[in-house]
Design a protein. Structure first.
Length: 193
């Protein structure tokens, strides 16, 4: 068939959504009745499908004489879809409100916590005392035993004049390390005997 022999079809009698030509009686621009809200179908369609139904498209529809009505089935679907859209929008607003209230409560509680001084947990570590091995001497020379016990103590041999110039905490740490070493050496000696 030749293109020039095609006759123009009047598309305005079709449903704007599904393109049926049966029972197309509802204008998309008329305000709906009270039960269905106070808006019109076109406003609903703009919110639901903004890329297809918008103000610039409406001008094109008029210029091209596109349909301005829809069928009963599409009307029902648009209204149901719009109700679902409104439910989603309402729940999103409710969730934001709830989240903001919870955040405010959390912030208030956090503020209360900041008002109280921090409690620092202190733990004491149990430390075994070094056991001293009693040495018996057959001789009556107690001075040699005295020298052996006290003159060879780690604190006597370890600290030099340079360490005396160190801060007290450093000197204490060195003494503790030496006491621990002596304890380990003493324990090793006891096990060896």
């Amino acid at each position: 068939m030749d293109r020039n022999t095609l006759t123009a079809v009047n598309v305005s009698s079709f449903c704007r959504i599904c393109t049926t030509n049966n029972d197309v009686n509802w204008s998309i621009y008329e305000t709906l009745n009270e039960d269905e809200g106070t808006t019109n179908l076109h406003t609903m369609l703009v919110k639901l499908y903004p890329t297809v139904f918008n103000e610039s498209q409406m001008l094109c529809d008029e210029a091209l004489e596109w349909p301005m009505k829809i069928c009963k089935e599409c009307k029902t679907k648009v209204i149901e879809s719009y109700k679902f859209y409104e439910r989603c929008t309402k729940s999103a607003r409710s969730l934001r409100t709830i989240a903001l209230k919870e955040q405010s409560s959390t912030d208030a509680l956090q503020g209360d916590k900041d008002d109280h001084p921090a409690v620092i947990k202190t733990e004491f570590i149990e430390f075994e005392e070094a056991t001293v091995q009693k040495e018996e001497y057959e001789s009556e020379d107690h001075s040699s035993a005295y020298r052996k016990c006290y003159e060879s103590s780690p604190t006597h041999d370890v600290f030099s004049d340079t360490e005396d110039s160190l801060p007290a905490t450093t000197r204490r740490a060195s003494a503790i390390k030496m006491d621990k070493k002596q304890y380990i050496d003493t324990k090793s000696d006891l096990r060896g005997k």
